[in-house]
Design a protein around this ligand. Structure first.
Ligand SMILES: Cc1cc2nc3c(=O)[nH]c(=O)nc-3n(C[C@H](O)[C@H](O)[C@H](O)COP(=O)(O)OP(=O)(O)OC[C@H]3O[C@@H](n4cnc5c(N)ncnc54)[C@H](O)[C@@H]3O)c2cc1C
Length: 405
């Protein structure tokens, strides 16, 4: 078995939810110019935010390109962004794909005032600024609707809000210049009482406590403490009490795109290992000629392709905006994460002691994909979302799920 060298060619296609030959060729060139694979390794060893690559992606229109062109995005269809993320992840690891996806996590800013959009949303697409997303708290993770950080309205002519509380596990805690912060404004119980704010991170009263993470170390997660932080009233994003609704709108597409990234990362290892086992000799033969080595590889290939078909179909449903797809997108993320972690574990095994070390990229990819078992909906929460949608299908206004072709 020889690994394909061109995207989407050979009997074992990579991902190709859409052809996008030109885009893929351009990305290949970019990956070589920027030496993305080497940078990804360095950023794991010496975590920091790679502003140079981020801006280079922005200069080419590859940061959050799916967002509206009116706001400064590229207005790309979802499947084209999937092709971009796949190629970036395959060639440059999780870090490069997640950089491109980052502005999508801030799409709630579309509801912000024109001044905030101009200052913090449009520059996201060129890589001029980095904006984080702060939802999780020490007492509210999966159950984010019960977050407790408060935003108290100030009386007086200037108005504004005072933020108090702690956000936890926040990516880019030390690097983001601003963040979308979800806070309780008290319009109602649970999700109804949550509003979104754009909060510059250099305001007085904000303190950061960094973490030491297993994977995706370049994101430099941390806790962010708010000690009576004054925020102008213009920084309220959209309507009070609607923050949680805005947040959830983007989640489904994000999950489907994260699935693309996990699959691309595991495919990179699968292809590399397939090549490696035919070169390495053991007991006088190529390692790949032993069935104990070739069988797990072809089993992984089949599992990968099955997951890839499922994710591809989910993206097409999403792009056509057909029926309720939250459950399907949740399962796409769940399935691709399970599949990718198993493939990456086998990749480490089939490359022996070297595979267990930092000399080969499989362990880093495994650590990076491992974060997806928790972030953006844990494996448990994803199945809850899907089960609710699937089991409730009889009463769904959209008919059966998944929608028949
Ligand atoms: C790499 C990474 C980056 C992150 N970046 C950010 C960020 O930028 N901003 C941000 O706001 N957050 C971020 N998070 C936090 C992430 O959103 C939370 O970790 C996630 O929501 C889970 O919350 P928790 O850690 O509090 O776990 P908990 O919610 O306490 O869950 C603990 C365990 O219980 C399970 N569980 C919970 N409820 C149920 C249930 N009803 N049924 C079955 N099992 C259940 C969970 O699946 C999990 O396994 C990040 C996390 C990671 C790992």
């Amino acid at each position: 078995m020889s690994a394909p060298t061109q995207p989407g060619t050979g009997p074992w296609p990579r991902f190709a939810p859409t052809d996008e030959t030109e885009l893929r060729a351009e990305l290949g060139q970019f990956a070589r110019q920027q030496d993305l694979a080497r940078r990804a390794r360095e950023l794991d060893e010496h975590p920091s935010f790679p502003w140079d690559v981020y801006r280079a992606l922005g200069a080419r229109g590859w940061l959050g390109p799916r967002q509206s062109a009116v706001e400064g995005g590229g207005g790309w269809p979802l499947l084209r962004e999937a092709a971009l993320l796949e190629e970036l992840a395959y060639r440059g690891g999780s870090v490069m794909a997640k950089l491109a996806l980052q502005p999508d996590f801030c799409s709630v800013l579309v509801h912000a005032s024109p001044a905030i959009r101009e200052r913090w949303f449009r520059p996201l697409f060129t890589g001029a600024v980095l904006v984080g997303n702060q939802v999780t708290e020490p007492g509210a993770g999966s159950d984010a609707s019960h977050l407790r950080l408060t935003a108290e309205p100030l009386s007086g002519p200037e108005g504004g809000f005072v933020l108090s509380g702690t956000k936890s596990q926040i990516a880019f805690a030390s690097d983001a210049q601003a963040a979308v912060v979800y806070a309780r404004t008290g319009e109602g119980e649970g999700a109804r009482g949550i509003s979104a704010f754009l909060v510059p991170q250099d305001l007085r009263g904000i303190g950061v406590e960094p973490y030491e993470d297993l994977g995706e170390r370049w994101m430099r997660r941390g806790d962010v403490h708010y000690d009576r932080v004054r925020v102008p009233k213009e920084n309220l994003v959209g309507e009070p009490g609607r923050g949680f609704t805005y947040l959830r709108t983007e989640l489904t597409q994000e999950r489907a795109l994260l699935a693309v990234i996990y699959l691309a990362l595991s495919r990179a290892s699968l292809d590399e290992v397939a090549e490696g086992v035919m070169q390495r000799l053991a007991f006088g033969r190529p390692l790949g000629s032993f069935e104990a080595v070739s069988f797990p590889l072809v089993e992984d290939l089949a599992r990968w392709e099955a997951a890839h078909l499922y994710v591809g179909e989910t993206l097409r449903h999403l792009q056509r905006a057909e029926g309720p797809v939250d459950g399907r997108a949740a399962l796409a993320k769940w399935l691709s994460n399970e599949t990718a972690l198993a493939i990456l574990d086998h990749a480490m095994q089939l490359t022996g002691g070297e595979g267990y070390s930092h000399r080969l990229p499989h362990e880093q990819r495994w650590r990076d994909v491992r974060s997806g078992r928790v972030a953006h909906g844990s494996q448990e929460i994803l199945r809850l979302v899907a089960a609710r949608e699937y089991l409730g299908r009889a009463s769904s206004p959209y008919g059966p799920w998944p929608k028949p072709p």
